[in-house]
Design a protein around this ligand. Structure first.
Ligand SMILES: NC(=[NH2+])NCCC[C@H](N)C(=O)O
Length: 405
């Protein structure tokens, strides 16, 4: 891996979605994806069974496109292995596994002994890929004996691929999120340990933690250095937005937080499935939702959180950002194309700089529209990666972006 060069507290953070990207946290999909079967893929939040080798090639391609643009890549797995050298980090990651009530005390005790003995490399492997019943022959207890074929002693984390969701930076602070779906909850025990114990992040302050109300990074959009939009729907709960808003506004990391209700559907699970930024004043947006999208501005006044009146999203965003208009580039041309390309993450672009974004190549019409609007599109393949329902933005957590000039 590229080593984390930024010393403690220096250089980390992002105050926009489009400032030049300097460093990013990725997770190269691995054996955890080999766990997906037609029996468990729905629970594990995949819409198909990916061809893992091809998914890795696609992911490597993505990483190379970023490197070619001068972006430092940091792999979550490497950071985790280094983090697991720290005793307290090990203990916390192992405890997060053992709290699973399905285990029962007997199996829990055997499992603890097994995990305690693992070298950081092997422990990281098991924490990510999980442990299948048949792989843990020393298992004991009724929880083990009555486990069905195909069940896991430790559930795998195939959605770790979507690093945007398990942590997000707001200014110079990190928010380790609180993932809503049971299949993803343990992910944040890993990101929390990395930010807390990896020496590169020493001194970093946090603005959210996994024990708080449900909040996922895919819902958090840094519209400007003063304005954070937070989607609330299937994943982020209104209480999570309220909590983040209080923490962010109190810390002076923004002036306004916009709560943005999105339909509670799989297709629109996060705000970034319908809207991402491609310039400091432009978004690519799913036209089928644009007219109805609203926002509720939240401010701090005299130490209290003030909930403002609901407004159309575009109006509220432009007002809070202090610009005349937030420009919109629509997904696709007609509603059916738009719907197809939205499902395939056409809106889920990752900006590397203003007017330069990575997008899945398959969303032909959306990409053409972006280019017609003056956005340079770096196209990547994603047929296998897309089976997890996430695009370039979901698959990346910016660790460092240059502030906008
Ligand atoms: N930021 C995003 N849109 N992330 C997409 C996450 C997809 C993942 N399979 C899930 O259901 O959680």
């Amino acid at each position: 891996m590229d080593t984390l060069t930024s010393p403690a507290g220096r250089g980390f953070g992002a105050d926009s979605e489009v400032g030049r990207l300097r460093a990013v946290l990725l997770h190269r999909p691995g054996p955890e994806l080999m766990r997906l079967t037609p029996r468990n893929n729905d629970t594990l939040l995949f819409d198909g069974i990916p061809w893992v080798g091809r998914a890795q090639e696609e992911h490597d391609h993505f990483a190379q496109v970023l490197r070619d643009q001068g972006v430092e890549i940091h792999y979550l797995r490497d950071l985790l292995i280094e983090t697991l050298e720290v005793e307290s980090a090990r203990a916390e990651c192992i405890d997060a596994v053992l709290t699973d009530p399905r285990l029962g005390d007997t199996l829990r005790t055997t499992l603890r002994t097994y995990l305690d003995d693992l070298h950081p490399d092997d422990l990281a492997y098991v924490l990510i890929a999980g442990l299948a019943h048949q792989e843990f022959r020393i298992g004991r207890g009724l929880g083990y004996v009555l486990m069905e074929r195909g069940e896991f002693v430790i559930d795998p984390l195939p959605n770790l691929l979507f690093t945007r969701d398990s942590s997000v930076w707001v200014g110079d602070r990190v928010a380790v999120s609180s993932l809503a779906m049971p299949a993803r909850r343990r992910e944040t025990s890993l990101t929390e340990a990395i930010y807390r114990y990896h020496p590169s992040f020493a001194g970093i302050e946090s603005v959210y933690s996994p024990d708080l109300e449900a909040l996922e990074g895919g819902d958090v959009l840094l519209l400007s250095s003063e304005v954070v939009a937070v989607g609330t729907g299937e994943r982020t709960r209104p209480a999570g937005v309220e909590r983040l808003a209080r923490n962010v506004l109190r810390a002076g990391l923004a002036e306004t937080v916009l709560a943005v209700p999105v339909a509670q559907d799989r297709a629109t699970m996060h705000l970034d499935t319908v809207c991402t930024m491609v310039d400091d004043d432009a978004v690519v947006m799913y036209a089928n939702v644009t007219p109805g999208l609203q926002a509720i501005p939240l401010h701090m006044a005299d130490g209290d959180l003030v909930v403002g009146p609901r407004k159309p999203f575009l109006e509220a965003a432009a007002e809070a950002m202090g610009i005349d208009e937030l420009r919109v580039i629509d997904t696709g041309l007609d509603p059916v194309t738009a719907e197809r390309e939205q499902w395939d993450d056409g809106n889920n672009t990752l900006a590397i700089a203003p007017r330069l974004a990575v997008a899945y190549e398959r969303n032909v019409e959306t990409n053409a529209r972006l280019e017609a609007a003056g956005i340079d599109v770096l196209r990547i393949p994603g047929s296998e990666l897309g089976t997890g329902r996430g695009g370039p933005r979901c698959m990346s957590c910016p660790l460092s972006r240059e502030p906008l000039g």
